[in-house]
Design a protein around this ligand. Structure first.
Ligand code: NAP
Length: 272
């Protein structure tokens, strides 16, 4: 399927690793031009050089998105380099464990790491997105639906991401700008691998988590997440807006019986 993304300009936050990196690779595979705003200069420049050697654009913009000036600068530099923005992917974030006991200041800092820059990026890119009749993809998390415990700031931020996705879809429909959210649950990233490596038995922990994922009892891959983002951003999704799409192998919504490896899994249809 030709997704029609050739020469579209895509601005991705947090694209140097994990899901963001997968998103960048999928867009460039579709011949889009990418700008990547990230903290680490080394990683961003390496990625830029890797694609430059193939005649492709992965323009690196250094910045910490908790600073709203960095958000404005990212938009300005993208426009200076490419002259337009067709797609904005708000992806950067961290499950930082600012829980109920952390206090109001830690809570606000968590909102800055996970929510405020989503708003700031859209605010600064607004004119460009209206001009291109572009689209916004927000990366959320299942945590806003399921809770996790001990992570109030992140849960509130991701709830905010869902709310803003609908709000902006309404705001921007008259300008033909589409806004959608893609929500991972358990996606296998280098960070996830590092977190599990700190556990007493990482292999056992990984398979316990896999049992909780109904479709295939495996983690979602970065590529599966990224491909949904690219499809939603493409003109092949031209009448899809305000949607919150879970790419999670059924983790968030399926009956818990799906994850039980016993006779209980087939019990209960008549009893409901
Ligand atoms: P990751 O591997 O840690 O990658 C995040 C990238 O964003 C990193 O390059 C990071 O840079 C960058 N970044 C984070 N905060 C930044 C900031 N303030 N300024 C500039 N760059 C920043 O994380 P991931 O797992 O791919 O997560 C990506 C998105 O998916 C997040 O919104 C996360 O909440 C969501 N998500 C992931 C999962 C999962 O299973 N992986 C599940 C649910 C939701 P540094 O290297 O400098 O930190």
């Amino acid at each position: 399927m030709n997704l029609g993304l050739q020469d579209k300009v895509v601005l991705v936050t947090g694209g140097s690793k994990g899901i963001g990196l997968g998103i960048i690779r999928s867009f460039i595979a579709e011949e889009a031009k990418v700008a990547n705003v990230n903290r680490s200069e080394t990683e961003g420049k390496q990625l830029e050089a890797e694609y430059a050697s193939q005649g492709k654009e992965c323009f690196f913009i250094q910045g910490d998105l908790t600073d709203t000036d960095a958000c404005r600068n990212a938009v300005e530099q993208t426009l200076t380099r490419f002259g337009k923005i067709d797609v904005l992917v708000n992806n950067a974030g961290v499950n930082d464990g600012a829980g109920l006991d952390a206090g109001p200041e830690a809570f606000v800092e968590s909102l800055k790491r996970n929510l405020v820059h989503y708003y700031a990026m859209v605010h600064y890119a607004l004119d460009a997105l209206k001009e291109s009749k572009g689209c916004i993809i927000n990366i959320g998390s299942k945590v806003c639906e399921t809770g996790q415990g001990g992570t109030s700031g992140y849960a509130a931020s991701k709830g905010g991401v869902n709310g803003l996705t609908r709000e902006w879809a309404v705001d921007l429909a008259p300008k033909e700008v589409r806004v959608n959210a893609v929500l991972p649950a358990e996606t296998w990233t280098p960070l996830y691998e590092k977190c599990l490596a700190a556990m007493p038995d990482p292999g056992a922990a990984k398979s316990e988590i896999e049992q909780l994922i109904p479709l295939g009892h495996r983690f979602t891959t970065i590529e599966e997440l990224a491909d949904m983002v690219v499809f939603l951003a493409s003109p092949r999704s031209s009448h899809t807006t305000g949607q919150i799409i879970f790419v999670d192998g059924g983790y968030t919504h399926f009956d818990r019986k799906c994850t039980v490896p016993s006779d209980v899994s087939s019990f209960g249809a008549a009893a409901e």
